[in-house]
Design a protein around this ligand. Structure first.
Ligand SMILES: [Zn+2]
Length: 362
């Protein structure tokens, strides 16, 4: 994860965010299909406490249209009653994956360790439908090979749910003992376990594509360059590619996981994300009894979801950006496995699977 804006007045935040992103990501004109009537209906329920029944009946509690994501709000959320057993997910196996990933050491783009982690991820996807998206990124530090890895699990419904995580570590920290256990490691391990859960299952729903995206981190310290022009290389390339080949139109939701392994799990409500999709995530968390770990705090996060937000794809960044007191472990050699918990991976993994199940009913 590479950037966050805190405590900025909302109007200013939105303007800054939209302007700066637009500089780099040309708006494609994909219209937002928001039925005004539905938005108005949702507005009538403003101020109500959110609980499970209310959420089912009332739809999104957020109707503020000043944030980028809220433009993509669609219908009031209605879900079928709870059914079936809770989704399975193995947090203990996931934390073992984190340990194996960080054992390679720092994995910035262009490094030998990075190549080892690429091979590690693909070795866990044997027999799956895997697409390798390779290109060369032109960065302030020169050209680097970039490798997005995409595992595709087909469903019966027409449409795709993308779940993404970056796996590289911060380039400016390449000569330190920085291993990114939480930042890049935890979410990449989470996706490996999600692949285990998807594998061999007949998906009665949308196709699910798991994306281990590359070169999310800036290659220069944020203070040296415009971070919006020096980061998100891999996911930006994928968004461009999927826009060109028509894939983007099929994506029903883009779910991003980043820094989700903290033992003190407190996922932010991100104001750059799509409110109705975050509400769906909250509904999923509530159904599983994990709602206390979600959305107690608002933030505005710049992360891998931005290229999809700007293209009108419903997107949600699941990120806990309080990693240690005052976030002291972020981008430091203190980002190590001992700060993480298999329970946190379990919670986020189950909530993502439940979110997918709810989206499948749409
Ligand atoms: Zn980072």
């Amino acid at each position: 994860m590479w950037c966050i804006q805190r405590n900025v007045p909302r109007e200013e935040r939105s303007r800054h965010d939209l302007d700066s992103i637009t500089e780099r990501l040309p708006l494609t004109g994909k219209p937002f299909s928001i039925p005004i009537l539905l938005l108005a209906l949702a507005c009538t329920f403003l101020g109500c406490d959110r609980d499970k029944d209310a959420a089912q009946a009332q739809g999104p509690p957020r109707t503020d249209t000043s944030t980028p994501g809220s433009k993509a709000s669609t219908p009031p959320l209605t879900f079928p009653p709870d059914s079936g057993s809770p989704p399975g997910f193995d947090g203990n196996r996931s934390i073992e994956y984190v340990k194996e990933i960080v054992a390679f050491g720092p994995r910035p783009i262009g490094s030998a360790n990075h190549k080892k982690v690429e091979d590690y991820i693909t070795s866990h996807l044997k027999g799956d439908a895997v697409e390798d998206d390779r290109f060369t990124a032109d960065t302030p530090e020169g050209k680097f090979p970039v490798h997005n890895i995409i595992a595709k699990f087909s469903g019966t419904k027409d449409g795709i749910i993308v779940i993404a995580s970056h796996y590289d570590t911060n380039y400016p920290l390449r000569n330190t003992p920085y291993v990114g256990a939480n930042d890049g490691g935890s979410s990449s391990a989470l996706l490996l376990e999600l692949a285990n859960q998807m594998r061999g299952q007949k998906r009665d729903g949308y196709s699910v594509w798991l994306v281990w995206d590359d070169a999310e981190e800036s290659v220069k310290p944020d203070t040296e360059v415009n971070f919006l022009s020096d980061s998100l290389y891999g996911i930006q390339h994928l968004a461009d590619k999927w826009q060109a080949d028509g894939t983007l139109k099929k994506i029903k939701a883009f779910l991003l996981a980043d820094m989700i392994g903290d033992a003190d799990l407190d996922i932010d409500r991100d104001q750059n994300s799509t409110p109705w999709l975050e509400d769906t995530v909250h509904e999923a968390a509530t159904r599983l009894g994990y709602q206390s770990h979600f959305f107690a705090r608002n933030n505005q996060v710049s992360d891998d979801h931005l290229p999809f937000v700007k293209r009108g794809v419903p997107s949600a960044d699941l990120i806990d950006f309080t990693y240690g007191y005052n976030n002291v472990f972020w981008h430091t050699p203190q980002d190590t496995v001992d700060k993480l918990s298999p329970k946190s991976l379990d919670i986020v993994g189950c909530v993502i699977l439940e979110t997918v199940r709810l989206l499948d009913t749409k």
